[in-house]
Design a protein around this ligand. Sequence first.
Ligand SMILES: Nc1ncnc2c1ncn2[C@@H]1O[C@H](COP(=O)(O)OP(=O)(O)O)[C@@H](O)[C@H]1O
Ligand SMILES: [Mg+2]
Length: 468
Amino acid sequence: MAAGPVLEVESLTFQYRRATEPAIRDISFSLEPGEVLLVAGPSGCGKSTLIRAINGLIPHSYRGELSGRVAVDGRATTEVRLRDLAVLVGTVLQDPRKQLVASTVSAELAFGPENLGIPRTEMRQRLAEVVTASGIEHLVERTTDQLSGGEAQQLAIAGALMLRPQLLVLDEPLANLDPAAAYRLLELVRGLADGGTAVVIVEHRVEDVLEARPDRVLYLEEGGTRYLGPLPGFLDVVDPNLVKVPFSVHLARAHVFQNPSQMLFAPNVRDEILFGPRNLDRDASGFDELVTTSLARVNLAEPEVESRPPLTLSYGQQKRLAIGVALALKPRTLVLDEPSAGQDHRSATAFMQEIERIDGLESVYFVTHDADLALTHADRILLMRDGRIAADGTPLEVIADRERWIACNLRFTSLMEANARWRSGSERFLGAQELAAWVAEASGRTEEGRVSQASNWTRDMEEGLEGT
Ligand SMILES: Nc1ncnc2c1ncn2[C@@H]1O[C@H](COP(=O)(O)OP(=O)(O)O)[C@@H](O)[C@H]1O
Ligand SMILES: [Mg+2]
């Protein structure tokens, strides 16, 4: 593979022949091997036009006025024939049916390599690899005219991979896919990138594409660059009414990622905390205090911590920093994705208690598979199963139906058993210590003998929790 960027786009402007103004204007960026660039923006902002300019359809197939430069693997697309570009750039068009040329799936996959004169044995090997990697084993015997939209999309992607391109460009690849297929595709994309392929993925359903962990985002509005940079900064500037972003962005733009390193990118902790406030043009005279209080609130007020690179902090500290970063924006709402992941039970509980104490928060949303954490800290729970809401209610309501609970891949914990046993008919689910105290007191009020029973329960519960 050549050293240097796979793709260079310099001051690119293109106006379609009969249009009155450019579809894209003055776009510049470059892409290194292994990088995933998400191109987002509302419909009509020029995403597909950019894709066409990258894979050479502009200017080779579309007429218009082009200025600036696009180079793939160091060669200007204007100077390279389309069929040669096709080897370097694998493309999946927005309407994948438009790019299918053969009548059977296997002929479609063989089409590109055959045109390049790739030997049969090599072809068979690639075919087997690509079919497995893209999960289309079930389609191999089919004819292309029988494929659903989603299947055509999967085939188009597989066809692009047959040429082992250095650069893969995908134009809204999720549009026709169900969540499971979309998830597989994004995993595939991430895997390809980890193996060195550069990927440009156009998608306005930003939320869904996060699975592929894009390294950078190019956000277009009316043909121009509105933002180019890492994902968290993008989530700060994006208009959530134009692009489908995580729910959190609608609420407060204070989303805390499941994996904190996904959202930490500044050279040091101080800059990390101030990234949002600076972008929002908040008053800089309050920044020193903002950094101090944000760090203190998440228990990171240690000496020198401000100047450390965020990724040198421990996982738990990174997680807390991520929340400090969110709090620095003074949100009304906080959204936490798996707040207890990577934390032991004690720190997870302490952490949730801290969150509950934060002033000025109107609501907290958190996503978790830690059932006890949810049951003890939430007022309302949405129970999810296969991407759907299986139940919506108070903690005691959502656990009332045991079969439903188990069907959601959750277990009945000892704390749940204890609540069921001691608190049936009551309004509120109690945490371990609270319930233990309640049981002890209730037993004391009734008969002496039950106190020892209660303490057994307490012990069981603590042991149960240790295991979570
Ligand atoms: N073949 C074409 N000829 C003329 N104008 C076009 C053509 N394709 C797209 N456009 C225009 O260029 C602009 C950008 O379109 P497009 O790149 O398809 O946007 P997106 O993919 O972001 O929805 C739009 O105003 C659209 O109408
Ligand atoms: Mg488009």
